[in-house]
Design a protein around this ligand. Structure first.
Ligand code: FAD
Length: 461
């Protein structure tokens, strides 16, 4: 049996890895090809080492609550290389009226501690009381989807939409008024249903959760270490720099066409962005193609700025993980991470590394500015908000055009339909960040599910 996986981001790589692992465990024989358009593997995972600094152009952390990411590291023999974020420096700030105001301690949408919330300047006395009403408001009866903004407004009030909405929507570079609660934050929906109150639910979960310092982890050498190790473990037909132009359905399988290469194959896994997948299947599955096109994407960029510590130490203390800058503040960056405070092994002893984020819902046009302007704008914002005027040693820009899938309200129904239509074609699978969760652990969990479905159909038996 022969399978072709298109797309060599984490979704495609993890599909190949678990296909090999699981088919071997079952004594099955499946040959596969993995095709990637770019001349490097990893897709949005983009790690670079520059003069003792370690730059992440895309993702930098694995959320431990979603275990598939940490598990893949362990399956690759990288368990010893995992590191947590630095616990003692956990403070994060929100830009409010042009100033950096700290989030209350232990605040992640829902206040789990009383005093830090009561003393926080982020909310008015009325806003704080309104959040407390969550303890009394009955759980929602309607099982349909709703937006993040509507969910927070209903449970915690308008001020929480302003603060918590900015924080959670930012994770998806999304607009809180459009982002699906069911697809993006199913755990909060489940907490409301189970405990009837988010505050009660979060308190109960805190007792079970790993300590906050282990909540996010990464690898000493960055997430690129995961990609490099994966590619050395794969023994299939791996081809980089091969852009698939179309997939044809033929009697006994598929033909995958890339330039003058035509691969005859029994099954296809599409681990490409949904709009690429839509183009690739358009010739034989127009309805599926149409459904895939309904998943919107937005563009973002990251700008890493490396400094000499002695140049910036007197300008800012970097005591915290960084700040978020909600859209209403009108800034040209959406967030900034103080990377070398948040994580060890990211800067030399005499260095400080900072990363700004640009674009996302409502601010996409900024991504198309030229490099010089993007850097100048980030530096102006850092000067204004942090007093940082020092000249960076170097900068790195990564643009992710149409890089962030948007889980609009109703997303789960769209994905159910997409999977149903792919199933009808037979031996055709879609996987990756556009569907059931976009974090790396979600992509890996979906890859494992795809492999299980392939093996359940008896491939290689
Ligand atoms: C700035 C940023 C920060 C993020 N931070 C985090 C984080 O800290 N933690 C986290 O868990 N997640 C984070 N994410 C999300 C996460 O990185 C992505 O959702 C995930 O890496 C996507 O993996 P994927 O394999 O689905 O897609 P991709 O990585 O996009 O891979 C798809 C691949 O398909 C290839 N391809 C496209 N067209 C073709 C074609 N025609 N033929 C062949 N190949 C093709 C592409 O070149 C690409 O390599 C972040 C994302 C961004 C952009």
């Amino acid at each position: 049996m022969h399978l072709t996986i298109i797309g060599g981001g984490i979704a495609g790589l993890a599909t190949a890895f678990y296909l090999k692992k699981k088919s071997k465990e079952l004594g099955r024989e499946i040959q596969y090809a993995l095709l990637e358009r770019e001349d490097r593997w990893g897709g949005q995972i983009a790690t670079q080492s520059v003069d003792g600094f370690l730059i992440e152009g895309g993702p930098d952390l694995l959320l431990a609550q979603k275990p598939a990411g940490i598990q893949l590291c362990k399956d690759l023999g990288l368990g010893e290389r995992l590191i947590p974020t630095n616990r003692e420096r956990q403070r994060t700030f929100l830009v409010q009226n042009g100033k950096l105001v700290p989030f209350p301690e232990d605040f992640s949408l829902v206040p789990s501690k009383f005093w830090p919330l009561v003393t926080s300047p982020l909310f008015s006395p009325f806003g704080k009381l309104r959040m407390g009403l969550d303890l009394l408001i009955p759980r929602r009866k309607d099982e349909g989807d709703e937006s993040l903004a509507s969910f927070i407004r209903r449970r915690l009030g308008e001020e929480a939409v302003r603060v918590g909405g900015a924080m959670l929507a930012g994770i998806h570079s999304a607009d809180a008024a459009r982002l699906s609660m069911q697809s993006a934050f199913p755990m909060y929906v489940a907490l409301e249903q189970r405990y009837g109150s988010l505050i009660k639910g979060v308190r109960a979960m805190k007792k079970k959760r790993p300590s906050a310092s282990a909540a996010f982890q990464t690898l000493i050498g960055g997430l690129g270490e995961m990609v490099d190790t994966l590619t050395t473990r794969l023994d299939g037909d791996l081809r980089k720099g091969v852009a698939v132009a179309s997939v044809r359905k033929v009697d006994d399988g598929f033909e995958v066409v890339a330039g003058d290469q035509v691969i005859e194959t029994d099954a296809v896994v599409l681990a490409t962005p949904a709009y690429v997948t839509a183009d690739l299947v358009a010739g034989f599955a127009p309805e599926l193609s149409h459904a895939l096109r309904e998943i919107r994407y937005v563009s973002t960029a990251t700008i890493s700025l490396a400094y000499r510590k002695s140049d910036v130490a007197s300008q800012h203390d970097f005591e915290g993980f960084g700040f978020l800058s909600p859209r209403r503040e009108g800034r040209r960056i959406t967030a900034c991470t103080w990377v070398s405070t948040k994580l060890n092994y990211r800067a030399p002893a005499d260095g400080v590394l900072v990363r700004t984020f640009v674009g996302g819902a409502g601010r996409e046009e900024l991504v198309d500015l030229d490099d010089e302007t993007l850097i100048a704008q980030s530096r102006e914002e850092l000067k204004d908000l942090m007093g940082l005027t020092a000249e960076p040693l170097f900068t790195r820009i990564f643009r992710w055009r149409e890089g962030r899938p948007q889980f609009d309200v109703g997303h789960k129904d769209r994905v159910d339909q997409i999977e149903h239509l792919a199933e009808q074609v037979g031996n055709l699978y879609v996987t990756g960040s556009a569907y059931r969760g976009s974090a790396i652990p979600d992509c890996i969990a979906q890859a494992i599910d795809t492999v299980d479905r392939i093996l359940a159909r008896g491939m290689g038996a």
